[in-house]
Design a protein around this ligand. Structure first.
Ligand code: MV4
Length: 442
């Protein structure tokens, strides 16, 4: 398991259910961590900084070779979307539990992915075909689609290298600055144009594909509650998606996966406009943090499917459309201080009491007495609830959040408690700028 925290424990739980032995890797800072304790075996991979441990490919490969591991699960973040790492695993006859390296590479460059999707018949936001080649082309495209337009870095993603251009006279300067920023941030200055969508929703489709040609979709998740492209709360299904829209988005997701010869779990991220149009944003070629809400409404263990597919077995998902039942919500409990612009809040956990009871799942990587490291991302745990409908899932989340006690670090717990009381949230009236409108600095 080439990762740490809650996802490492979660993946090893699936492995254990399948009778697969597990090896945890850990940096010096994580020697007392939960995932180390949970594994059948643990192997040190270096000092605290991620670059010298969880991102250091030779140490990860060495841990696998020394322990006789047959396969590596990358989790999310770290090396999970590094196609070079997937190739190195293959070189060392280690099965990479994820998609083929080529699929990771093709979806990694945003502008290239966009072109690929257009050819696969997946709707993309109207804009330039590929990177902007001249000011004239940019002007012509912007005039055709209408202002405001968005300038995006080809090698960007996750919200970096993006700017909105309200009027024609601002275009030239915006292009120059966006390209300069992209060059310094991503080493590549290519930018492309898109029509700006006002307050869209972030809707994503979970895909599972095996090596025997089968691609299935597991419905949608809505991840609109974000700040600076960091998701905070996700749910499945979405109030904005009906049967017909779900079918059309799922069919587009299958075409996208087929276009890159996808296998394992993957997610197509779309922007859903207020008029019901949807557009490809990016494809995540990894298991996502928010996968549990899909598991709750489908009864499918996505990680177990990944393990089966990686071992060459067909998907165990039954034939036919996957039935969705009830509603599920996930709240990410991060060691951040929303009152201080979500600044990371490291420290020692002096009190940790998780919620429980009917239809409450807590995927945690922390426990009382452990220190929250500033070396890694701030996610401590995910609280996931299921209800027969959205109102019950919200009420259950309200009760679970009230039970959850964390002391020693500031967390997003209170923010989620406030969200459960928010009338617009309760009515499902959410979009990607929802949090920015309510929390200063979000
Ligand atoms: C957009 C958009 C509106 N119109 N593109 C932000 C990160 C990048 N991956 C895509 N993002 C957006 N692209 C067009 N043409 C609004 C956003 C956006 C957003 C998208 C998904 C989730 C959260 C977001 C927060 C702010 C803006």
């Amino acid at each position: 398991m080439a990762n740490r925290g809650e996802i490492a424990v979660r993946v090893m739980r699936a492995a254990r259910e399948l009778g697969i032995k597990t090896v945890a890797v850990y940096s010096e800072a994580d020697k007392d961590a939960l995932h180390v304790e949970y594994a059948d075996e643990a192997f040190p991979i270096g000092p605290a900084p991620a670059a010298l441990s969880y991102l250091h490919i030779p140490n990860i490969i060495n841990a696998a070779v020394q322990t006789g591991a047959e396969a590596i699960h990358p989790g999310y973040g770290f090396l999970s979307e590094n196609h070079h790492f997937a190739e190195v695993c293959a070189t060392w006859h280690l099965t990479f539990i994820g998609p083929p390296p080529a699929a990771i590479e093709q979806m990694g460059v945003k502008a290239q992915a966009r072109q690929l999707m257009q050819r696969a018949g997946v709707p993309v936001v109207p804009g330039t075909e590929g990177p902007v080649t001249s000011l004239e082309e940019a002007r012509a495209t912007a005039d055709a689609i209408g202002y405001p337009v968005m300038v995006k870095a080809s090698f960007g993603g996750g919200g970096r290298g993006i700017r909105v251009v309200e009027r024609r006279e601002e275009l030239e300067e915006a292009l120059e600055r966006a390209s300069r920023e992209a060059k310094s941030a991503f080493g590549q200055g290519d930018v492309y144009l898109e029509k700006y969508l006002h307050n869209p929703r972030h809707i994503e489709i979970q895909v599972l594909a095996d090596a025997h040609g089968r691609i299935v979709t597991l419905g949608e998740r809505e991840s609109s509650i974000q700040r600076r492209r960091q998701k905070l709360l996700e749910e499945a299904p979405s109030v904005a998606v009906n049967e017909d829209l779900r079918r059309r988005m799922s069919e587009a997701a299958v075409r996208a996966a087929a276009a890159v010869g996808y296998t394992s779990a993957g997610t197509l991220e779309f922007l859903l406009d207020q008029d019901g149009s949807f557009y490809f944003m990016e494809m995540n070629t990894r298991i996502q943090v928010e996968h549990p809400v899909t598991e709750m409404v489908t009864g499918i263990d996505i990680v177990k499917e990944q393990l089966c597919v990686a071992a060459g077995y067909p998907l165990t998902v039954p034939e036919g459309p996957v039935a969705l039942r009830g509603w599920s919500i996930e709240c990410r409990i991060n060691a951040e201080d929303p009152a201080q612009g979500f600044r990371p809040s490291p420290g020692r956990i002096s009190r940790w009491r998780e919620p429980g009871g009917p239809w409450v799942r807590v995927d945690a990587g922390m426990r009382e007495g452990l220190a929250v490291q500033s070396f890694y991302d701030s996610l401590l745990a995910k609280v996931v609830t299921w209800g027969r409908d959205r109102a019950e899932a919200v009420a259950r989340m309200r009760r679970a959040l009230a039970e959850f006690e964390v002391e020693g670090v500031k967390t997003t717990l209170d923010l989620h408690r406030r969200l459960m009381e928010d009338e617009d949230f309760q009515a499902g009236r959410i979009h990607v700028n929802f949090l920015a409108e309510r929390v200063p600095g979000a």
